[in-house]
Ligand binder design. Structure first.
Ligand SMILES: [Zn+2]
Ligand SMILES: [Zn+2]
Ligand SMILES: [Zn+2]
Length: 967
């Protein structure tokens, strides 16, 4: 799918309501799809009612996405492009149009997908994506109040009268000088300026603060140093009768000084006190002047608004103790601080001299293990000592110099900044991680922007609010006198915040980076953005918007979708969630199986009709005729535990959580309650580091007990198995290696001398060189971004002709990669190792996947099950720990049944399983449940429940228990 169309902002700019009117047929006629054959679709004919909420469901691989995205959305985009221009039509020749006879009645289609895809730019935040930042900035510019960067006093724009008023306190009879700044420049330049002032009748100047006559100026304005030149406009004795003369002089001074002037008042001691004056924005106290701000100056994405130190990222790379020191039993001499040993020979000699000098002066023992050194010594070594100086070897020369020691990390940062060697940079990069910018404290904005406050909040404070807080604040602005003239802008801001709130994103802050959102969250942010745009007559296609959302938030999400529908739009949602299906106007079930066994519409109608339907699997679950309860056996809860103690990372409230070893534990809780922080950021990170030696910094916690009982750790996440078309299920599971061995052992291959490498599309030899084995070539499509089309030389087969002539059971290697897993099981049943790997894939419900299907087309759930499958092929699972992040994502009940059986097998073979999950059936099937909450964000992070699932349902304080009561 093209990323451009999935991004709310881009979509908005191209799908104007006018375009939709041009394309929309009679308002009530349904969308009529006929002869859809994309992927596994079997000549599908279907009508989708307009202005209604339609849910498409079905088991994985049944053709839901092929119908919603690859047919409906693809054809909608094509029809839209076709309406644009002849030039676009020319481009379309090369865009493969979906394999469908026709789709009638289709309005412009906007896909709101989950993939954060091209939007991992760290500058993109919830506020920028939703345009909330754009709507907020003008309010601050219009109604905000600035303070002086020097002393914090108010900054105001001042009139001549304001300036005169500020001089009223000067006692009558005081001698005054009214002065205007002229220039700061080289004496030669200033001499010319002085001559010009003389011609215009001025007689006195001030050079570097000293008053001189015009004649004396020549003697002072010499040399090479830059000097400051001012002109004395008038000399007055203060008094009521002199007020109008002072006003005239001041006006002249402001003209000469471009809105700036200075009044000197003589004090009793004969000194001159300076009163800086300005018509610009100026500090009421010290007179410091400021440039006016415009909305861009409040944006971290604009040079004038960005923090000058971090460029608006809010973070800088910093050396981290947790990355630099992996083995605390080493001493300084053993090289405990790893990056300290990275550099040229010359640098290392100096560094050794430094540590030797420090060891004598702090003092400490260079041979003592790091963990046995006093904490203060370790801190001085890494971070420096501001309290005293040391005699240290200099950068140049021999003699030690008396100097402050800034610490190894400061030295390393200097080396990192100044090195020209790319390999050294890369090595040093390993020991660094992003940490908060020390200048803006992560606020991203320049000091001037931060000094502008509206009702006591600056822009960064506002963006740091959670969505409900920001909404409440924006409401209070309605009565703020300075905001009233901009009521329309304020209301626009309030509305957008309300949509985000209703989409169930209550715990997100506005400054949260889009790249750090889960797929489901990113999709809900885009959904709210679309609501804010208020488009009418659009067909929206969504992919599982309930993902990652706690059951108690489903109601809000459904509410947002219905609002979008009620604006006059058509919604098509691929979804597995029970609440969503029951709330739909119309249900479509694809099936009956996956891949070649799927691709048919097996039910279409209302949710009620579905419940009564004889053959619908969805109807069976909706009505309760089918259930997952009791599908897997419970295992008695083990007496030994993994115990995470004193967890305080993010919002965790110093909790201690127990995970029984050898059991299946479900970790649940509302979104933002701290589930991932506990299970991923702390437990997984420590396990990955201690057991797998991964370079990860774990979240804050006091310690973990029981890890010594774990021999291996695997995080089974939904990260793609690869982003390029080069990785696929065959390469990921090792099946590709077995296929290459098999093909290279065939008689023809032997005759021609083809080794296994000949059958790889990653190296030269057997692959097609036109596409370098990709099978496709990229085509720049302007409107659609980059699109891939089949390679003209090999027609997508990825290998050259000679290679393809080698056949096994009549199949070339390219054709073998085109087999589904289920087909391959049959063909390779005589190859035991191949057959075993293939059967495992079938068991996890991936029988419909093609062996060579590009990894970038697999869903997160499919990638996760591929990883599980490759784990399953191990023999021994005792002492293994698996952490799974929302494994039911994208799964129909029938698929979840397969997944549960798989987890049961792993558990019964001795593995410890920890599953972060919202799905009621998985929570109830677990042996042990931990619930975090009770809410998301700062008030969450507590352990609401710990125990067996039966108790959860009885726990009144548990939002999960209340939300998943059995039907
Ligand atoms: Zn000031
Ligand atoms: Zn900064
Ligand atoms: Zn090719």
């Amino acid at each position: 799918m093209d990323e451009l169309l999935t991004d709310g902002r881009n979509a908005s700019s191209r799908f104007s309501p006018r375009a939709s009117l041009a394309l929309s047929p009679t308002l009530s006629s349904p969308i009529h799809i006929k002869g859809a054959r994309t992927h596994n679709l079997k000549d599908v004919e279907l009508t989708i009612p307009r202005h209604q909420l339609t849910v498409i469901t079905g088991v994985s691989g049944s053709g839901k996405s092929s119908l919603a995205f690859d047919t409906l959305h693809a054809e909608g985009s094509r029809q839209y492009l076709e309406s644009l221009s002849a030039k676009a039509r020319g481009l379309l020749e090369s865009v493969s149009r979906p394999d469908v006879d026709f789709i009638r009645g289709l309005s412009p289609v906007v896909a709101i997908a989950q993939r954060t895809g091209g939007n991992t730019n760290p500058r993109s935040t919830v506020a920028t994506l939703t345009e909330i930042a754009d709507h907020a900035r003008p309010l601050w510019i219009l109604a905000g109040e600035r303070t002086c960067l020097k002393d914090g006093h108010p900054v105001r724009r001042r009139s001549l009268d304001d300036n005169l008023k500020s001089l009223e306190a000067i006692a009558a009879g005081t001698r005054l000088m009214v002065i205007a700044p002229v220039a700061k420049d080289k004496p030669s330049v200033l001499l010319e300026a002085a001559a010009d002032l003389g011609r215009r009748g001025f007689t006195r100047l001030r050079v570097e603060g000293k008053v001189v006559t015009l004649e004396e100026a020549e003697g002072v304005l010499k040399g090479r140093e830059t000097l400051t030149l001012e002109v004395v406009v008038d000399r007055i004795v203060a008094g009521p009768d002199q007020r109008s003369r002072l006003a005239d002089s001041l006006e002249l001074a402001f003209r000469e000084g471009r809105h700036r002037a200075l009044v000197l008042a003589e004090t009793a001691g004969g000194l001159w006190q300076e009163h800086p004056l300005s018509l610009n924005l100026a500090c009421e106290h010290c007179g410091e002047t400021y440039e006016a701000l415009n909305p861009r100056a409040l944006s971290h994405n604009h040079p004038s608004g960005a923090c000058p130190d971090c460029g608006g990222l809010g973070r800088q790379l910093r050396f981290q103790e947790g990355l630099a020191i992996l083995d605390e039993s080493l001493s300084i001499n053993d090289g405990v601080v790893k990056p300290w040993k990275c550099g040229t020979r010359k640098v290392l000699i100096r560094r050794n001299a430094i540590t030797r000098a420090l060891s004598e002066q702090i003092p400490f023992d260079l041979k003592k293990p790091w963990k046995d050194l006093p904490a203060t010594t370790r801190s001085i070594l890494l971070h420096g000592d501001p309290k005293r100086t040391y005699l240290l070897p200099p950068v140049k020369g021999r003699k030690p110099v008396d100097t402050f020691w800034n610490g190894m990390f400061a030295e390393l940062e200097q080396a990192f900044r100044t090195t020209t060697g790319e390999s050294l940079r890369q090595r040093l990069l390993h020991f660094q991680a992003g940490s908060t910018c020390s200048v803006c404290q992560g606020k991203r904005l320049a000091p001037a922007a931060l000094s502008l406050r509206l009702a006591s909040l600056n822009m960064a404070d506002f963006l740091a609010l959670t969505i409900p807080e920001a909404l409440a604040f924006t409401k209070t602005l309605a009565t703020h006198p300075a905001v009233m003239p901009a009521e329309e802008a304020r209301r626009g801001l309030e509305q957008r915040l309300r949509f985000l709130n209703e989409a169930g994103l209550t715990y997100l802050t506005l400054d949260r980076e889009v790249g750090s959102l889960s797929g489901g969250e990113a999709q809900r942010v885009r959904l709210a953005t679309q609501l804010g745009l208020g488009l009418v007559g659009v067909t929206y296609v969504l992919d599982e918007p309930s993902i990652g959302l706690h059951p108690s938030d489903h109601g809000r999400l459904i509410g947002s979708l219905k609002s979008l529908r009620d604006l006059g739009n058509t919604l098509v949602v691929v979804e597995h969630d029970r609440d969503m299906m029951l709330a739909a106007d119309h249900l479509v079930e694809m099936g009956p199986g996956a891949g070649v066994q799927g691709g048919q519409v097996i039910f279409t109608g209302t949710p009620d009709a579905c419940r009564q339907h004889a053959t619908s699997r969805t109807g069976a679950y909706l009505s309760g005729r089918a259930t997952l309860a009791g599908l897997i056996k419970k295992k008695p809860v083990s007496k030994t535990h993994l115990v995470v103690k004193g967890a305080t990372e993010n919002n965790l409230q110093d909790i201690t959580a127990r995970f029984p070893i050898g059991n299946l534990t479900a970790v649940c809780g509302v979104s933002g309650s701290g589930k991932s922080t506990l299970a991923i950021d702390i437990l997984s990170a420590v396990a990955a580091r201690k057991i797998n030696g991964a370079k990860l910094v774990a979240g804050r916690h006091a310690g973990i007990e029981g890890l010594e009982k774990i021999v291996a750790f695997t995080a089974v996440d939904q990260e793609p198995i690869g982003r390029s078309p080069r990785s696929n299920p065959a390469t990921f599971t090792g099946i590709m290696d077995l296929l290459r061995d098999l093909w290279s052992a065939l008689p023809l291959a032997k005759v021609r001398g083809y080794g296994p490498g000949r059958f790889s599309f990653n190296v030269r030899g057997g692959r097609c060189e036109t596409c370098a084995g990709e099978g496709s070539v990229a085509l720049d499509m302007q409107f659609l971004g980059e699109t891939f089309v089949d390679c003209p030389s090999c027609a997508g087969r990825r290998f050259n002709r000679e290679t393809l002539e080698v056949r096994f059971k009549g199949l070339s290697i390219a054709e073998a990669l085109h087999l589904t897993v289920t087909e391959a099981v049959e063909i390779f049943k005589a190859q035991p190792r191949l057959a075993e790997k293939l059967r495992t894939l079938e068991e996890v419900g991936l029988g419909y996947l093609k062996l060579g299907q590009a990894a970038n087309t697999l869903s997160g759930g499919e990638a996760q099950r591929l990883k599980l499958a490759s784990e399953l092929s191990r023999r021994d699972h005792s002492g293994r720990l698996y952490v799974l992040d929302e494994p039911t994502t994208g799964l129909h009940w029938d698929d979840i049944a397969k997944l549960l059986k798989l987890l049961e097998r792993l558990r019964d073979a001795g593995a410890t399983l920890i599953v972060i999950e919202h799905h009621a059936d998985v929570i109830l099937a677990a042996d042990w449940v931990l619930e975090l909450g009770p809410v998301g964000g700062a008030k969450g992070g507590q352990l609401v429940y710990e125990g067996e699932p039966a108790g959860l349902l009885r726990c009144k304080a548990s939002p999960t228990g209340q939300a998943i009561q059995p039907v």
